[in-house]
Design a protein around this ligand. Structure first.
Ligand SMILES: [Fe+2]
Length: 245
């Protein structure tokens, strides 16, 4: 029997999988981690219930980063991939209607952002952002190019593994989760100070999408599978909140 089918009750999350807020190896946490006891503010009714989006906001190319910023007839430079998976709750049930947003560097490891300082060139046909809403099975899929690794000012020579950032919106304004996905086989993952704050190989593995040759489109794109679990002991690690939607 899988741990997802043991009963219909609440499956407690595993607190031991969460990293400490203060992790000096990831320098930014020194200033960002709380220095005093946390205060709890009750949420308002509108924060919990107000809808923030509808299906009408999704454009035809929003889940195709190869083309959604490209000139007509052109496409982004880089290894073409499909990223797909499901958003699931703690019992393995699908979460339909969740808004997924994703953003990433281009194939050379550079973001299209005013404060980006890496010397790798911009790709005029690549914006680096997309979005879609999960279907009735909790499924999502988008096409993109595989992002490149990039250096960042942390230690003397730190590089981020290739990764895609994800935001997941639920049905209320306050329901937002943020995480990032890595790629199977990337030798930079175990060296990354951000990935290393997790201190738990299972949590890092949950953030690492395996290559899925069955979903590959021959002569077109490779495929990577990334499921997102919102709560419970199999929960995906989220950067902004410890609990799911
Ligand atoms: Fe990034």
């Amino acid at each position: 029997m899988s741990e997802n089918s043991t009963n219909g009750g609440y499956i407690a999350r595993d607190w031991t999988r969460q990293p400490a807020a203060y992790t000096p190896g990831y320098k930014t946490t020194v200033k960002r981690s709380p220095q005093a006891a946390l205060l709890s503010f009750p949420t308002t009714l509108s924060e919990e219930t107000s809808p923030v989006f509808g299906h009408g906001i999704i454009g035809e190319l929003d889940n195709d980063l190869i083309h959604n910023f490209a000139k007509p007839g052109e496409s982004a430079i880089g290894p073409r991939i499909i990223v797909y998976g499901r958003v699931l709750d703690e019992t393995g049930r699908p979460v339909p209607g969740a808004l997924l947003e994703f953003w990433q560097a281009n194939a050379g490891g550079r973001y299209r952002h005013a404060k980006e300082g890496y010397i790798a060139p911009l790709d005029p046909n690549f914006g680096g952002c997309g979005r879609m809403i999960t279907d009735e099975n909790g499924s999502y899929e988008f096409r993109t190019i595989q992002p490149g690794p990039y250096p960042w000012p942390n230690g003397m020579n730190d590089w981020r593994p290739a990764h895609i950032h994800f935001s997941i919106f639920g049905h209320g304004f306050a329901q937002r989760l943020i995480t990032q996905m890595y790629f199977e086989g990337d030798p930079l993952i175990p060296l990354c100070p951000i990935a290393r704050v997790l201190n738990d190989q299972r949590a890092i593995d949950d953030l690492t999408a395996p290559l899925d040759m069955n979903r590959t489109v021959p002569m077109d794109a490779r495929a990577y599978k990334f499921d997102i679990v919102l709560r419970g002991r199999r929960q995906t690690y989220f950067e902004n909140r410890k609990e799911g939607l």
